[in-house]
Design a protein around this ligand. Structure first.
Ligand SMILES: [Zn+2]
Length: 397
């Protein structure tokens, strides 16, 4: 992660949806005299950024909770007043598929406008078989409509729904519903690439997460885990044990969790925007993870409750300023390692021959400017699979 492979004076040749050559500009101009040219002179061209953790399928925003939190109310009190994740669940259940699609499309366009060309999108505000499948169908349709690459994740285990919380044996009944009814529907419809569980004391336990993820693995899904966000409960260890593709959050990961993740192929996906927005002082121990040898990715965690941002470069800023990563580490965490967190590292996240023509062009002359102009939107254009996703200044690109 120390070397982002930054080079100057080169050109990139794209044919169809692939990068076919990277090399000195005069050479490539000679070899491809009839190509359409995009002038990147004095600008920074990166691989399209990879946002490997979002909850972009939701209905209403939840801005009223921000002030309540600032005034000192905790999560439980906000939930008691009708806020929190259950309010997003009630809201999403009342909306149709087309409506959810129309709400999500401009949000994803805003991500593309910040440099993102690959985005993982989770279900998880439905929590019934019908509403989870509805959310996943919305992701599929968005993937067909938008040039960006969308990676769908089933997060039926985002929370125990209210109607099950009220039952005496509700927890285990909901886990049974997830495994016996929801999962077969998701798998048979090929609606998700990954399964994810919110594993945290008070939500799903380690044992429940193991049951759900083992079943998902048998059904052919890759695994992700919301792990050790608030308390070290062994989530990172479980992710490594099951061979999960990523363990996400990790602000409260234990020493043993760091060691186990570092020795595994599981990517540690850190979401510093969430901690910033919630006003938490504790950030994930990125330095300890990287120094131990773990592969660290950065992502927005874009969601209506705890991280309503589509500004990926801002997350890179937090990576450097809050997580003490070097710029090279933040760039690798936002490209190569983000791709690895989605099992796409063989085709996405690098500017190299054979890789998907996913590119982002920034109004900056040095890559270190990406995290530097914090909160700014410097992305000029993005392309996914060789197709334009975003073009901010009307130039012919
Ligand atoms: Zn999340």
């Amino acid at each position: 992660m120390q070397d982002a492979g930054v080079v100057t004076g080169v050109a990139v040749a794209v044919e169809g949806d692939r990068i076919i050559a990277v090399g000195p500009q005069p050479t490539l101009e000679r070899e491809h005299p009839d190509s359409t040219r995009v002038d990147c002179h004095n600008r920074v061209l990166t691989p399209g950024l990879v946002d490997s953790h979002t909850h972009a399928i939701f209905g209403k925003a939840r801005f009223e909770e921000q002030e309540l939190r600032a005034s000192g109310l905790d999560y439980m009190e906000i939930a008691r007043r009708g806020g929190g994740i259950h309010s997003s669940v009630r809201d999403l259940r009342g909306r149709g598929e087309d409506e959810l699609l129309d709400l999500a499309a401009p949000r994803l366009a805003r991500l593309a406008a910040s440099g993102v060309t690959t985005v993982e999108v989770k279900s998880g505000y439905g929590l019934t078989p019908e509403d989870e499948l509805k959310s996943l169908r919305v992701i599929r349709r968005l993937g067909e409509r938008l040039p960006m690459r969308l990676v769908p994740t089933w997060l039926g285990a985002h929370e125990i729904p209210m109607e099950f919380r009220e039952l005496p044996d509700g927890r285990s009944e909901y886990v049974r519903l997830l495994v016996s009814t929801m999962l077969p529907g998701v798998a048979s419809g090929m609606l998700a690439r990954f399964a994810d569980v919110f594993c945290e004391p008070g939500v799903f336990t380690i044992e429940e997460a193991r049951t759900i993820l083992t079943a998902a693995q048998s059904a052919g899904l890759g695994l992700k885990l919301h792990a050790d966000e608030l308390r070290p409960s062994g989530g990172a260890e479980l992710a490594a044990e099951l061979g999960a593709t990523s363990a996400d959050h990790l602000a409260a990961i234990s020493e043993s969790g760091i060691r186990v993740l570092a020795a595994s192929n599981t990517v540690a996906t850190l979401l510093p925007g969430t901690m910033l927005f919630l006003g938490k002082e504790k950030q994930a121990p990125a330095r300890a993870l990287i120094d131990a040898g773990a592969a660290v990715a950065l992502a927005t965690d874009f969601n209506p409750g705890t991280s309503p941002t589509t500004n990926f470069p801002l997350v890179m800023t937090l990576g450097v300023s809050q997580l003490r990563m070097s710029v090279a580490e933040a760039v690798v965490a936002s490209t190569v390692n983000g791709a690895a967190a989605l099992s796409l590292a063989d085709r996405v996240g690098q500017i190299a021959p054979g890789y998907s023509a996913d590119l982002a062009l920034f109004d900056a002359s040095d890559v270190r400017e990406l995290p530097y102009w914090y909160g700014d939107r410097r992305c000029i254009a993005t392309w996914a699979r060789g197709r334009a996703c975003h073009n901010s200044n009307g130039e012919t690109l």
